[in-house]
Ligand binder design. Structure first.
Ligand SMILES: [Zn+2]
Ligand SMILES: [Zn+2]
Ligand SMILES: [Zn+2]
Ligand SMILES: [Zn+2]
Length: 288
């Protein structure tokens, strides 16, 4: 088999068994399967091979996807917090590649740990529609959580949909073994906090928001966006609590926090994989 077709197969495999989550609307690379080739230089040291920037497996290179936010809106809905409903097919930027159509070098760029590529945090009280009809009321009224906007700002990416890799000096690519191992420890500690975080919402919700903040906080030294998410998650959830007058709010609060948890876990698992590859390279180069 030629090198190129093998390479294509590997890339296809990255997405093959990824689950298409309807709420996320996109297929993301499976962190544990991400490969990043190295080449030996003249001194026998391993250097990172050039990244081939493969086509995004989720949008097949188009850079767009049918908006997942307004998929369940009424057909004549005029606005959507993600796509704006200006396109006749409701196309919006692909969440998996931030609209580029290509997979960026995983050593440098990762889907946002806050929003996972949506570029915003959805108001889960109104589902993004901005309006609610309560009980037997005939009239629609503005959603009390988002006041009609349908969304909140993502403090982690500020709308960019992506985040850089962990901040390690001089970089995740080139850092020495000790620094990389230290970062790996921090990632494992944060992952353990997220794994132990099983929100139920309702009367427990306020306490749970604090626990969520702690899990983000464990990574604050390694990325300013995690530091930002401590604050963002708190203010986001305080707005979602404005839906406490509605039936099923506890479940909705739990689901909202679970979504934040899953988004952060994806980023951390992605970075755990990249750290593992970087450690293997650094160890080989250090002769250990
Ligand atoms: Zn894409
Ligand atoms: Zn939309
Ligand atoms: Zn974001
Ligand atoms: Zn709302």
């Amino acid at each position: 088999m030629s090198k190129i077709s093998l390479c294509l197969l590997l890339i296809a495999g990255l997405f093959a068994s990824s689950v298409q989550d309807p709420a996320r609307g996109a297929r993301y690379m499976i962190p544990e399967r991400i490969e990043r080739a190295t080449v030996e230089d003249d001194e026998g040291k391993l250097q990172w091979a050039e990244w081939p920037a493969p086509e995004c497996g989720s949008c097949k290179g188009a850079g767009t996807m049918v908006c997942a936010t307004c998929a369940r809106f009424a057909k004549d809905a005029k606005d959507c917090p993600e796509c704006g409903r200006k396109d006749p097919k409701n196309l919006t930027a692909c969440r998996a590649c931030a609209g580029s159509g290509k997979i960026a070098d995983p050593l440098d760029e990762v889907p946002c740990a806050g929003c996972m590529g949506a570029g915003m945090l959805l108001c889960t009280v109104c589902g993004g529609g901005g309006q609610l009809r309560v009980g037997a009321a005939k009239r629609w009224s503005k959603c009390p959580a988002c006041r009609g906007k349908g969304k909140f700002d993502c403090g982690a990416c500020k709308g960019k949909r992506v985040m850089s890799s962990l901040v390690i000096k001089p970089s995740l690519r080139e850092a020495d073994v000790d620094k990389l191992r230290k970062a790996m420890k921090a990632v494992d500690a944060s992952l353990a906090l997220f794994a132990a975080f099983v929100p139920q919402g309702g009367t427990k919700a306020r306490k749970e928001v604090k626990a969520l903040g702690k899990a983000y906080d464990a990574m604050k030294k390694y990325h300013p966006s995690f530091k930002a998410m401590v604050k963002t998650s708190k203010s986001y959830m305080s707005k979602i609590f404005a839906g406490a007058q509605f039936q099923g709010h506890a479940e909705n609060e739990a689901n909202t926090m679970n979504r934040l948890k899953a988004n952060a876990e994806y980023y951390l698992k992605h970075q755990k994989r990249m750290l593992g590859l970087a450690i293997a390279r650094a160890e080989a180069n250090a002769g250990k």
